[in-house]
Design a protein around this ligand. Structure first.
Ligand code: PMP
Length: 353
């Protein structure tokens, strides 16, 4: 730390993203990316704008917001475009929480939530999942400030039905409920239909997972116009050109190819179920994930040990060295072939070979 660093931030612990090694080619099952390339339509659209990069990107993200509105049945004014859904989450913490309105989220969830809270000086409550790693909706009723729920939840992949989300929203008339649907396309149930009914619901989605655009950084939030206006106040006070032109064009291209996304998401869901079963057959406990990853733990193999052994063998998975997760690992679902290699290596490690 330099002696110039603001006191506001000198105790901040930044979010640690999953490894993105450049030294060696791994089977990469650690950051919930798609194993498939972006849609060809996204790539074509990107080509079209490269020659115009001398101009700033559209600060209104007009065409992209219109395409999202059309795809999901909303008005463009109910849509915010962001530089990855992380940005929308940060904006939402900034806009809807403060010292008197602490944020509430589960103790096991996306690790960026507490970081955003601390960055913005927002107190927070971490509400324990039950022993089966499930969210108990009533724990979030009448919260003292905004509620943040990843659905499906991060690290577990377990999903709540739309009804349960609706109940949390209904029981928080004084707070914004932020539903982070990064993984919804792999089998979850979106809360988007509830946005029409509740003025305090904000749904956030990303193009990083099912739409294979993690490196382009693109996400969106949908909520009633007043909520979106608040987020725009924050956005335009930080960076009105928050989404670059190439990314906006790719987003429009990807939206014009829904079949590609659906086919890939269905494939991942199928491989997820096969992988779940194969791991259970090897003695693992595996979460009932509706996402593109699973959380798996073995009673006789320490999570950290398994992670290190697999890394030595060229396979990256994600280990969280926290109290509740250290016995487990989060494994992104890749292609059939990648998962076969993973399972063979796990078998060999368990046999002590
Ligand atoms: N929410 C959750 C639950 C996530 O796991 C991730 C991915 N790390 C994100 C949001 C952020 O995704 P992105 O910023 O790439 O849209």
């Amino acid at each position: 730390m330099s002696r110039f660093f603001s006191q506001k931030y000198d105790t901040l612990t930044p979010y640690v993203p999953g490894e993105q090694p450049r030294d060696r080619r791994y089977i990469k099952l650690n950051t919930n990316e798609s194993p498939f390339p972006p849609s060809k339509k996204a790539l074509e659209k990107a080509e079209e704008v490269l020659g115009r990069l001398n101009l700033y990107s559209d600060p209104d993200c007009k065409y992209f917001r219109e395409a999202i509105a059309e795809t999901y049945g909303f008005d463009p004014e109910e849509v915010l475009a962001v530089n990855g859904s992380d940005e929308a989450l940060n904006f939402a913490f900034m806009a809807f929480a403060d010292e008197g309105r602490p944020a509430s989220f589960p103790d096991v969830t996306y690790g960026f939530y507490p970081v955003f809270a601390r960055l913005n000086g927002i107190p927070y409550r971490e509400i324990p999942l039950n022993d089966a790693f499930e969210i108990t909706p009533s724990d979030y009723f009448n919260a003292p400030g905004p509620v943040v729920i990843a659905n499906p939840n991060a690290q577990t992949g377990i999903a709540l039905p739309m009804e349960a989300i609706g109940e949390i929203v209904k029981q928080n008339p004084g707070n914004v409920v932020i539903v982070d649907e990064a993984y919804v396309d792999f089998g979850g149930e979106s809360a988007l239909p509830l946005v029409k009914k509740y003025e305090n619901l904000l749904v956030i989605q990303t193009f990083s997972k099912s739409r294979s655009l993690a490196g382009a950084r693109l996400g969106f939030a949908i909520g009633n116009k007043a909520l979106i206006q608040d987020l725009n106040t924050i956005r335009c006070s930080i960076n009105p050109y928050n989404v670059n032109s190439v990314t906006l064009a790719m987003g429009i291209g990807a939206l014009s190819d829904p079949e590609y996304m659906k086919k890939n998401a269905a494939y991942i869901a199928e491989i997820r179920e096969l992988t779940k079963q194969a791991l259970k057959d090897l003695g693992f406990t595996v979460t009932e994930s509706k996402s593109n990853f699973i959380l798996a733990g073995h009673p006789e193999a320490d999570g950290g040990f398994l992670y290190r052994e697999l890394k030595n063998r060229g396979i990256l998975i994600r280990h969280f060295d926290t109290e509740r997760l250290s016995q487990y690992n989060r494994i992104t679902i890749g292609t059939r072939e990648q998962m076969q290699v993973l399972l063979e290596q796990i078998k060999s490690i368990l046999q002590g070979k």
